[in-house]
Design a protein around this ligand. Structure first.
Ligand SMILES: *Cc1c(COP(=O)(O)O)cnc(C)c1O
Length: 491
């Protein structure tokens, strides 16, 4: 096996570079009188011993953290095919634009007359997202996809109550993202799970059977978590609307559809969009996200306040919305993410966004076709932005999805999403995005083919993987529950 692509040298804890007297910086002799700390700090808050800090030079500090940063695999390191997460390239231009002082130095409580540019940007972004999604009105407040779901369901609930209906449940297909049933439950709805059919999509028959007057909404992820377009959505919308229900679309996978389908045209009443996925904000590891929701005209009065409106005198916040569900976020959402999305949309333009989606779909199908002879493909049909394999061909050899994923790390690639969606046993869910070159995808495909061969010839190699990383296979549950974050001398 060739040397791993993206793994770097050993780096000990910085304490091991420490030696008494080494300094990062030399200051002039202090001309302020020394004070005994116990004279100004309450004794209970004083340390018994001075804190143990490493003594190192500035250059050593810079090198140490630069090297450590290289252990952290990211989109800028190599292919990051995490299905359902859309780990695309985040153009650096967006960062540049988001760091303009005019954006970073405004305060959310500033008078609206003094931040007209920011309001204009948000107003225009709402319009652009409305156009891309085919929805009439957009709120930028929700902080992430799941937060958008909650906001959307609160809007749906307020809508039904305003019409005197106390509906009690939400229909969620078994191929839905896990946040869908969770958001429904938090909103106070019962969850009715319905099965997807053999070909991986929801059918009108199944929805018809589950539908009654108590159903507030059907939540559908489109494209769904199998990477398949829910082609019956139009007919399904009619069935749900006929009995007084609404359609909530989880639009987190919009990267497959920009410029191709306006989900609003398919009968959707509410949807959320993940700006940090489709519109290129670096994400993962808990950074800020943004999950705007789009709604139809009928639902606009219920959107969170304040709404940003355009008047003759300029842009302003409108709080006078008696039917609004209220605020869902301090101030106006994660503004920096909105700026990045705005820059991204403007720099690509309508044709560019369409090309992104077309290329994302093409790339996923390229990987699907090339890996098909080597891995079991449970739904063998054209996919959208991601494809789902399983370990069925390798299982008999004692090799599982987890082993395959861990072995990929030795080949220098981040593993795909595994064991999700739940309706596929031992899934490997691969989303290359439009950003990846043919060359990078070929490298990934060759690694996957090589791993399939290893499974036949030397499965023990896979059971112990990864072999080339700083730490081997972690007990992930324990690592999450009892993380070792501190370095201790001699430990
Ligand atoms: C990522 C994702 C979500 C949740 O979005 P967050 O921003 O992580 O809250 C919901 N649904 C689908 C289909 C997703 O891919």
């Amino acid at each position: 096996m060739s040397a791993s692509r993206h793994i770097v040298r050993d780096e000990p804890p910085i304490f091991e570079r420490s030696a008494p007297g080494k300094k990062g910086i030399t200051l002039k002799k202090c001309d302020v009188e020394k004070v005994d700390p116990s004279r100004c700090i309450p004794s209970g808050m004083l340390r018994d011993e001075p804190v143990e800090l490493p003594e190192v030079s500035e250059f050593e500090v810079v090198r140490h953290f630069t090297r450590l940063s290289q252990w952290n695999y990211g989109v800028d390191t190599g292919l990051y095919p995490l299905g359902s997460c859309t780990m695309k390239y985040n153009p650096k231009l967006n960062e540049e634009v988001a760091s303009y002082p005019g954006f970073t130095r405004i305060h959310p409580m500033q008078d609206e007359g003094l931040c007209q540019g920011a309001l204009e940007l948000m107003y225009e972004l709402q319009g652009m997202l409305g156009e891309i999604s085919g929805m009439d009105a957009v709120s930028l407040q929700p902080a992430a996809g799941a937060h958008g779901e909650l906001t959307g369901l609160l809007v749906i609930s307020a809508y039904h109550r305003s019409r005197g209906n106390k509906k009690t449940k939400v229909i969620v297909p078994d191929s839905a993202h896990g946040t869908n049933p969770a958001s429904s439950a938090i909103t106070g709805y019962g969850v009715v799970q319905v099965p997807t059919k053999q070909d991986g999509v929801l059918t009108p028959e199944v929805v018809g059977k589950a539908m009654d007057e108590q159903v507030a909404a059907l939540m559908i992820t489109n494209p769904n978590t199998l990477g398949l377009f829910e082609g019956h959505i139009g007919e399904i919308s009619h069935i749900v609307h006929d009995r007084g229900g609404l359609i909530y679309c989880d639009g987190a996978n919009l990267n497959a559809l920009m410029g191709v389908v306006k989900l609003g045209d398919t009968g959707v009443d509410v949807m959320h969009i993940n700006l940090h996925k489709t519109f290129s904000t670096p994400h993962g590891g808990g950074g800020p996200g943004s999950g705007p929701i789009g709604v139809t005209k009928e639902l606009e009065p219920f959107l969170p306040v304040p709404r940003i409106v355009k008047t003759q005198g300029g842009f302003r916040f409108d709080y006078d919305r008696p039917e609004s569900i209220g605020r869902v976020m301090a101030f106006n959402g994660n503004f920096g993410v909105l700026v990045r999305a705005y820059a991204y949309i403007l720099s690509l333009g309508a044709q560019g966004l369409l090309k992104c989606s077309q290329t994302a779909v093409l790339n996923a199908n390229y990987i699907r076709e090339r890996l098909k002879p080597h891995y079991h493909l449970p739904y063998d049909r054209l996919c959208m932005h991601e494809c789902v394999f399983t370990d069925k061909k390798q299982r008999g050899l004692g090799v599982t999805t987890l082993d395959i994923a861990k072995r990929l790390i030795d080949y220098g690639f981040h593993p795909p999403t595994i064991y999700f969606p739940l309706i596929v046993q031992a899934a490997l869910m691969i989303e290359p995005t439009e950003s990846e070159s043919r060359d990078e995808m070929d490298g990934f495909i060759e690694a996957m083919i090589e791993i399939a061969r290893e499974a036949e010839e030397s499965p023990e190699l896979l059971k112990g993987a990864p072999h080339l990383t700083k730490v081997g296979r972690l007990d992930e549950v324990r690592a999450a529950r009892q993380p070792r974050l501190r370095w201790k001398r001699g430990a």
